[in-house]
Design a protein. Structure first.
Length: 306
């Protein structure tokens, strides 16, 4: 979570006097370590400040997007330009007792996806079904008139290349099978359709999957114990996995100290790796915020227009 510049860093909590400013990745790791040891130095007041820092970052990004759109208008090219605003991931700010973006909760997976199509097409439209960031290349090709990444000669390409989101913007709803979206990293894989969600730990395979009813439990605080639903979701997930390209070679850096240092510094290696499964599923802080919009994996419910 990068720090926003002044004045956004203090905008939403100027009276904070605690030690967590700015809040760095290393501080997050330290908080998790102390919690595991039964110590707690990160108070509710500190957590409030962390949320305020995040809000400041959102405000800074919002203003920068606005400046970009204004520049396109001043240059006279806005009507001939496709603008897409999105993010690679969200942030887990101890909502489930963990930090940053290594997890499969929707605090990480639900990201903004806003498109301003050329000529203001579909302006003001909101798409509520879940979508994926992998859909963006096909969408860009469709908007620019260059076809699709999937071809009849390569029937498996659509599973890898995603789908164009233009039909969604024009009110054509995807089929039930197309509403399932998928997310994965080196430890987890998740699947959801806006109603049901499953998270599977692919490293510690003896751990049971976590299944959530996103309509009744949008903050993913209470995993379901529904054997029939779990079997159905696992079967669907396995079928999807068969459509994916095989991983024939994986790069390792066990013998590269400098790369190990850089990966640890950026949060890709370190104490976060084995924390999540031992933590309770209920957030350690105050009551959760208002329910989020319809979930997506890597791409949230999208908006089209200005």
């Amino acid at each position: 979570m990068p720090d926003s510049p002044a004045p956004y860093d203090w905008r939403y909590d100027p009276d904070y006097k605690g030690p967590f400013h700015p809040f760095t990745q290393s501080l997050g790791v330290e908080v998790l370590r102390q919690r595991k040891e039964g110590r707690e130095v990160f108070s509710d007041r500190d957590h409030q400040h962390l949320l305020a820092l995040y809000d400041g970052g959102v405000a800074f990004a919002d203003e920068m997007v606005g400046a970009l759109l204004d520049r396109l208008d001043r240059l006279g090219i806005a009507d001939n330009t496709l603008v897409i605003v999105t993010a690679d991931h969200g942030e887990e700010l101890f909502d489930h007792g963990v930090f940053e973006h290594d997890w499969m909760f929707n605090t990480n997976l639900l990201v903004p996806l806003v498109m301003r199509l050329p000529g203001g097409a579909c302006a003001g439209t909101r798409v509520d079904c879940p979508v994926e960031l992998i859909d963006l290349p096909s969408t860009i090709l469709a908007v620019t008139g260059h076809g699709s990444l999937a071809t009849p000669e390569d029937p498996g390409a659509s599973a890898v290349a995603g789908r164009s989101l233009l039909p969604d913007c024009h009110g054509t709803h995807p089929s039930e099978d197309q509403r399932w979206v998928f997310s994965e990293n080196n430890r987890y894989i998740a699947m959801q359709d806006g109603r049901s969600k499953i998270i599977v730990n692919r490293v510690e395979t003896d751990l049971p999957p976590r299944v959530f009813d996103l309509r009744a439990d949008p903050h993913e605080m209470a995993p379901l114990h529904d054997d029939a639903l779990t079997r159905d979701l696992l079967a669907r997930l396995a079928a999807w996995n068969q459509t994916q390209p095989s991983l024939e070679r994986s790069q390792h850096y066990d013998d590269d100290p400098e790369m190990q240092r850089r990966l640890t510094q950026t949060g890709y290696l370190g104490p976060n790796e084995n924390e999540e499964e031992s933590l309770p599923p209920v957030a350690p802080h105050a009551s959760p915020p208002a329910p989020p919009p319809a979930p997506g994996a890597g791409g949230a419910a999208g908006g089209c227009g200005s």
